[in-house]
Design a protein around this ligand. Structure first.
Ligand code: URA
Ligand code: SF4
Length: 214
């Protein structure tokens, strides 16, 4: 795929301008079957960016990230970690819903490496306007987008990492002070056999983020 870069206004000065340009993106084929693009949302001066995988079925219909069950769980975990929700910006690695149609049901499909690469310029553009103190990758897709394809969430979750080079343009903000962190995806908590333990693990990782923000 050609990638999102050519659809991103180079002179965008606000997230609103970026968001307004996103519906015209043809950076990969995912726009064809999705209902609409689902752009990030949250504080214009967010200190913490939470990056998910891609919109789910409900997000695709409503046009907003993290409004379904995973989003509810994420909001609970953020609260239990002691993070002020007003400092957060929520977004996704890939901004259109990828699914497979089975009968009338739309079954979630994990975005592939080509979708991650194609859509990453939007994420980089969001970072360059937000200049956050910290980014948290939720799950493997976001972690691979930020830290590279060989990154393993199971091995490195909860570790405070330097700001990833792949998340910055050369002309962007000095990010020496900015940090990054990976944890599991809230959907993985919903699917876990031991849901309470998985939830506690997510909250523990988010407490590392809370300390950075403190
Ligand atoms: N899962 C995600 O990764 N993102 C959303 O927006 C919703 C569910
Ligand atoms: Fe563009 Fe990303 Fe949608 Fe692909 S998934 S069309 S790159 S916004």
């Amino acid at each position: 795929p050609p990638g999102a870069q050519e659809f991103i206004p180079a002179d965008a000065h606000s997230l609103g301008e970026l968001k307004a340009a996103a519906p015209a993106c043809r950076g990969c084929e995912l726009y064809e079957d999705a209902t609409q693009v689902v752009f990030g949302r949250g504080a214009e001066h967010a200190r913490l960016v939470l990056v998910g995988e891609q919109p789910g079925d409900i997000e695709d219909q409503q046009g907003l990230p993290f409004v379904g069950p995973a989003g509810r769980l994420l909001r609970d975990a953020v609260g239990d970690a002691g993070i002020d929700p007003s400092v957060i910006y929520l977004t996704n690695t890939v901004k259109h819903f990828r699914f497979e149609l089975r009968g009338k049901r739309r079954i979630h499909q994990t975005p592939g490496p080509a979708h991650i690469t194609a859509c990453r310029p939007w994420l980089v553009a969001e970072f360059s306007l937000l200049k956050p103190d910290l980014v948290v990758a939720l799950g493997a897709t976001a972690a691979k987008a930020l830290f590279g394809p060989s990154f393993r969430v199971t091995r490195s979750r909860g570790e405070l990492l330097p700001w990833p080079a792949s998340a910055q343009r050369p002309q962007d903000f000095p990010v020496a002070e900015s940090r990054a962190l990976a944890t599991i995806h809230p959907s993985a908590v919903l699917r876990a056999d031991d849901r309470d333990a998985a939830y506690r693990g997510l909250v523990d990782d988010l407490k590392v983020a809370a300390e950075v923000l403190a």
